[in-house]
Structure formats: C-alpha cells, structure tokens
Ligand binder design. Structure first.
Ligand code: BES
Ligand code: ZN
Ligand code: ZN
Length: 483
C-alpha cells in the first residue's frame, strides 16, 4: 500500500466524517453538502469538485478500531467496482478534524477493512466472472505519522490475509477440499508465512499413530483422513500455545444421517480448522514471540457400508473408550484425538480448540457470539476481552460437573452425546475428558459464527472468525507474561 504525506494529482479522495464533526473545516468546498451528512456509520456522500471526486464516509461517534474495520470494509465493498486509479484516503484531514491523534491500531483496522473488501466470493464462476477492481487505496498522513502508518498498513494487510485465508477455506466446496487437500492448503500457508507443516495421511498412518477416534469417523469414507501438525517456533524457550481445529470437510451425519434441508451448509464443518490455519499464518507473519502449535484432525463424515454405527464402541488416542450413540456427534470424536495428541506431545501452556460443534450453541447464542467453555477464570476473562476488541465475540457457558453424567455410558468410559438438553455444554464436558485436566484449556464452539449471513454475499459465507480473536488474545497474553 502506498502511503504519502501529500497528494494533489489523484482524482478521487475519501474523507472520514465523525458525527458532529465540522464538515466545513474538513472539506471547505463541500459546504453545500453539509446538511446531507450526519456522520452516521457507513453513510456515504459523493460529490464532484473541479473534476475531482470526493467521497465522504460517516464513521459514527467515537469509533473504535473494530468500527473502522467494519465501516471501511462495508463502504469499500459497495464502491469497489466504481472506483478507479489511485484513491486517496485522507487521514491527515481526518486527524485534524477530530482533534485526537490517530492510533496505529486504528489505521491497521482501516487498512484491514480495505483488503477484506476486495475478497471475491465468485472464484469458481466461469460465465459471469466478477468484475475486476481497478482502483488502489493510498493513504495520506501527516509527515510525523508516516512510519506508524507504514507499520499499521503492513499489519492490516497481514490480518486481512489471515482472516480471508480462513474465510476462503470455508467457502471452498467440499469436493475441492478433501482432508488431503487441506494438508496442501496448510502447506501453502506455511510456506507463505514461515511455519512448518507435517501430516499423517491415510487410514494406515492414522492407525499407526493410534488416532483411533479420527480413524473411526473416517471409516465410512473413501477419502483418506489426515492429521495435520503445524508448528511456528521462532526461538527456543518461548511461551507455548496449542490450537486444535475441527476439520470435518463435510458432515453428512454418517449413519445418523442429517436431513437434506440444511446438509449443504456442512461444507463449513472445517471452520475450526480454517481458524487454526489462518491463525498460524497470521501469527507467523506478524512474528509474535510465541511457540504456536496448530493441530487439525481432518476427514469427511460419510455413511457407507463400512461406516461407524450407533452403539459402536471405539478406542481413542488417549486410551479412553467411547460409545458412539450418534455418528453425527463426530466433531468431538476427532477433537478428542486432537486434544489428547496436543497435550501429550507438546504440553502447551494454553490449549484452545475451535469447532463448529453443536447446533445447540446456535440455539443458545444465535449467530452473534461463539460459546466459550473453560474452567479457567483468567483465561475466560482474557478471551472475553479479546473478543470485544476484535469483534469476534465469545460468551461463556458453564462447564460444571453436573453435566458430565449426561455423557455416561454403561459399556464404555464415555458416550458421545449427552441427550436431554444442554448439548453445547455436554459436548464441552466430553472434550474436557481428553485434555488430561489441563489447567488452561478453552473450547470455542463456533457453529453459529464461522459461516454466516453477511452483507458481502447473498448466501452464507465463511467469516474467518477466530483469527483476529487469537491475535488480540496472544498479543495481550504475551505482553502480560513478559512482565
Ligand atoms: N457439525 C455439526 C454441528 C453444526 C450444526 C454446525 C449446525 C453448524 C451448524 C455437528 O457435527 C453435529 O451434527 N452436531 C449435532 C450433535 C448431536 C448429534 C448431539 C447437533 O448439534 O445436532
Ligand atoms: Zn455432525
Ligand atoms: Zn460436524
């Protein structure tokens, strides 16, 4: 992104207007338009003056970084096919007009919004190809802010890339993202960002590694399973964080088959995996001082003659036997192996899993927030706050032991569904058994937020939820630890 302190030759200029801001001071020649603009968020006014185009964008009252991101994403998404050439975002005037210094994180959020707005969901169209974008945003800032703006714009780009990596992976249809293809996508991200990626691939390797629960979910499929291990380790002796993401590339429900009505949404059932891959890419490119491990157990959940059947008892990596009452509760099975593997082989300081795990979490929180589960109050608070800052909101539900008995099995150590209510919670209690009582484990049920309606697509689409949450969380968490 180009950043300059002065622009005269461009043909299009964007001004940001806060509620109550004096437009006359900001754009003197725009006086006649004054009545037309309140400064409400996402309000757009366009006019021409001496052959130049001016776009005034309302940013509301006391906008936070997350507001800049969503406002610029939304407005530039609407305008992107209409803008041409260099388009100057005049932050110099904005800063003067609002009488408060501009912050690096604000500019990063704006730049992120710009890059997010460029995402094109019609990537598989051959007939009506999405129109190309013919403009480039350039920033105009005060001389003294130049260095900060450069850093901010780099960060904004990296964040947008990471969020879009996750969102895009979700948008890819299932036939083009089998478990083995997911390994390639992870490798692509690893090469771009500089983290290592290895994987156990196929039924035999998965069995050899004793990942029996993943193997069981895969047994009704002709597509090989994969267990992906990503690792970013920029130095020795860094704080260690482990992430696990549910990588169900399509969830038919298996023998406990889903009805056809909404099954088609289930290409998004690898949303947790997308979050983990996107987070590794982002954290590595930002160069955060953390040893980050990302685990993705991946397979589709299919119902053929060899498929897992309700009442089957399976083994798991942790050695805990599981009675499978419902093959549609497959996410917790593969996560059980992911969590146990992570804990045993890496002993991370913090362990967080992301999964589109239950319809029940959507019943509880709708499409607004992810359900957060952890027994660790400090971690809960830190994740809550990171959620507010990043606009990837999370809301805590209990992990009380009262719920554990719902997972009781007469024949095995545990059963994979809880029955009678509180489905998101009993799923979390099930997972907890495979964490070896880890002191800082959190589970995020992202069923409602990974794949959602938005102003950027006519149908549901991937959101990239969790990537920004993790960056916000890690930055703060690392800063606290280094004190
Ligand atoms: N992938 C689904 C959960 C889901 C539902 C994600 C809707 C996104 C939107 C999961 O594997 C599943 O089928 N869960 C069952 C569990 C039940 C069988 C205990 C559910 O939530 O109904
Ligand atoms: Zn399922
Ligand atoms: Zn599922």
């Amino acid at each position: 992104m180009v950043i300059r302190t002065n622009f005269n030759e461009a043909k299009t200029y964007i001004f940001l207007v806060e509620k109550g801001m004096s437009l006359a001071a900001l754009v003197p020649f725009a006086k006649s338009n004054e009545n037309e603009l309140n400064g409400d968020a996402k309000e757009i006014t366009t006019f021409f003056h001496e052959e130049k185009k001016y776009v005034l964008i309302g940013v509301g009252e006391q906008p936070q970084p997350k507001d800049f991101r969503s406002i610029l994403r939304s407005v530039l998404f609407q305008l992107k096919k209409k803008l041409k050439g260099e388009v100057v975002l005049d932050l110099k005037s904005y800063q003067q007009g609002r009488n408060r210094p501009l912050l690096e994180e604000e500019v990063a959020a704006m730049v992120e919004g710009y890059h997010l707005s460029l995402y094109e969901i019609g990537f598989l169209k051959t007939q009506e190809k999405p129109a190309e974008v013919h403009y480039k945003l350039v920033l105009q800032v005060e001389e003294s802010f130049l260095e900060i703006a450069k850093k901010a714009s780099e960060k904004g780009k990296i964040l947008a890339d990471g969020v879009l990596r996750a969102a895009h992976l979700i948008n890819i249809p299932s036939n083009k993202k089998t478990a083995v293809r997911l390994v390639d996508f992870a490798k692509e991200a690893g090469e771009k960002a500089g983290f290592s990626v290895r994987a156990f691939i196929g039924k035999d390797e998965i069995a050899k590694e004793r990942l029996f629960a993943l193997k069981a979910v895969n047994q009704g499929s002709t597509n090989p399973p994969a267990f992906i291990i990503m690792e970013y380790k920029p130095a020795e002796n860094l704080p260690k964080v482990g992430l696990v993401g549910k990588g169900i590339t399509f969830d038919t429900g298996g023998i406990s088959i889903k009805d056809s009505q909404n099954m088609y949404y289930m290409k998004s059932d690898m949303g947790g995996a997308a979050t983990v891959i996107g987070t590794l890419e982002t954290v590595a490119r930002l160069g955060l001082p953390v040893h980050l491990i990302g685990i993705v157990p991946a397979t589709d959940n299919m119902p053929d003659g060899g498929a897992l059947q309700p009442s089957d008892v399976i083994d798991s990596y942790a050695g805990i036997t599981i009675e499978v009452e419902d093959t549609d509760a497959e996410g917790r099975l593969i996560l059980a192996d992911g969590l146990a593997y992570l804990e045993k082989n890496y002993q991370p300081d913090v362990m967080i899993d992301f999964a589109t795990l239950t319809g029940s979490s959507i019943m509880a929180l709708g499409y607004v927030a992810a359900a957060l589960f952890t027994a660790n109050d400090t971690l809960a608070q830190q994740l809550y706050e990171a959620g507010q800052r990043s606009d990837n909101r999370v809301w805590r539900l209990p992990l009380w032991d009262d719920y554990a008995k719902q997972n009781h099995s007469d024949v095995a150590d545990v059963k994979n569904i809880g029955g009678s209510g509180a489905g998101a919670i009993t799923a979390a209690k099930f997972l907890e058994k495979f964490t070896n009582n880890h002191k800082a484990w959190a589970h995020l049920d992202i069923a409602g937020v990974a794949y959602a309606d938005s102003e950027f697509s006519k149908m549901r689409s991937g959101t990239g939820f969790g990537v920004r949450l993790m960056v916000e969380f890690l930055e703060k968490w690392l800063a606290l630890r280094s004190h």
